[in-house]
Design a protein around this ligand. Structure first.
Ligand SMILES: Cc1ncc(COP(=O)(O)O)c(C=O)c1O
Length: 367
């Protein structure tokens, strides 16, 4: 069994993607063009936001969404230490300071109850991460942001289609960022990302930032970068749009099966999906007190499992200059030491969940 299978197996989708390749070969339109425009419009409509600006990766999306807030060196952005490095890296790359707040022990998401004590005069934004496909407590986060006049940027790289009280993750803050890295729920054939927002002003700034700060051809109003998405990636993403809801549904069904199969193992804990949230299970993760050993034993019987984020961001050498130490965020540290991701994805069959679950029962319960 594979942990992930990123091949395109659906015959219809293969043909649609081949059409994209053919059109690009025939027209030579590698940058910009109708695929970009159509994908941005479709993703925006699906998400329920006014603007989607395609960019070259999820990391660039974070960078531009934060850059558009006009952060000054020394400004602070509050985020979680339990995420991929890119979340806090984008803050740091802009000269701002990532300020970490611990996560909730059951949802693994940023703990809104701890955000206010981390706010200082320099705080400019809150950057929650919708981790593993679940959605952070956006009502409380938005309320805190309103009270302290802060921007909220959602890192929705792992949450395409996840729902929060009837609205999609990525439509709930001032802006949001997506990654279409090949392993993501909606994925390109390489690097790609997007910023989503209802603010015309943010949208315009992000559009210019990814385009050398240009307004019109060869006229730069401010310093930006080249952070555009390739037309090929946009064409592929556009063709995949009609499959994303079905793929997410499949992930939910597999997760439900895992929970049914594994809930009688007391040693295993699941990520709690908050009331009103529908996860898209970008990853299906469990906590186990002897995680490393469990992973090894699973591998011996041919079951792949992966460790994610074994070093929370406040303990990464790259962020040592921030001065955090072990014990500062005990909940994130404990989760990092126990977290194991089991295979999940639209390529999996129900029997695969059974096989993984039986393997776990054999190792943990001896049955
Ligand atoms: C939570 C999170 N944020 C940001 C990123 C960065 O996205 P990318 O790899 O497209 O730059 C990723 C994924 O890799 C991610 O999982």
């Amino acid at each position: 069994m594979r942990f992930m299978d990123l091949r395109v197996k659906e015959k219809e989708l293969r043909e649609e993607i081949e059409e994209v390749f053919r059109e690009i070969l025939d027209t030579g339109q590698y940058v910009g063009g109708h695929f970009i425009e159509e994908f941005e419009a479709e993703f925006a409509a699906w998400l329920g936001v006014k603007h989607v600006i395609s960019v070259s990766s999820g990391t660039d999306a974070l960078k531009y969404a934060l850059w558009a807030l006009d952060l000054k060196p020394g400004d602070e952005v509050i985020t979680t230490p339990l995420t991929f490095i890119a979340t806090a890296e984008a803050i740091a790359l802009l000269g701002a300071r990532p300020v970490f707040v611990d996560v909730e022990p059951d949802t693994f998401l940023i703990d809104p109850g701890k955000i206010e004590e981390a706010i200082t005069e320099k705080t400019k934004a809150i950057l929650p991460v919708h981790l593993f496909g679940a959605v952070a407590d956006m009502d409380r986060i938005n309320e805190i942001a309103r009270k302290h006049d802060l921007a909220v940027v959602e890192d929705a790289a792992q949450a395409h289609g996840a729902m929060y009280k009837g609205r999609k993750a990525g439509s709930l803050g001032l802006s949001s960022t997506f990654s279409y890295y090949p392993t993501k729920n909606l994925s390109a054939f390489g690097e790609a990302g997007a910023v989503a927002t209802n603010s015309g002003e943010i949208a315009e700034r992000v559009f210019m930032l990814k385009n050398h700060g240009q307004k019109g051809a060869y006229y730069s109003v401010f310093i930006g970068e080249n952070g555009r998405m390739d037309a090929l990636q946009a064409g592929i993403l556009l063709k995949k749009m009609k499959y994303i809801d079905g793929w997410n549904q499949k992930r939910r069904e597999l997760a439900k099966k895992y929970i049914e199969e594994l809930s009688d193992i007391d040693e295993i804990k699941f990520q709690k999906i908050p009331e009103g949230v529908q996860s898209v299970y970008h990853l299906f993760v469990i906590l186990h007190p002897r995680r490393d050993q469990l992973k090894e034993e699973l591998e011996k019987i041919g079951i792949p499992a992966r460790i994610y984020y074994q070093v929370p961001l406040h303990l990464q050498p790259a962020f040592s200059y921030l001065g955090y130490k072990k014990g500062d965020f005990p909940v994130a540290e404990k989760i990092s030491s126990e977290l194991l991701a089991l295979p999940v994805g639209p390529w999996m069959r129900d029997e695969d969940v059974k096989e993984v679950s039986q393997g776990l029962k054999k190792i943990i319960l001896g049955i």
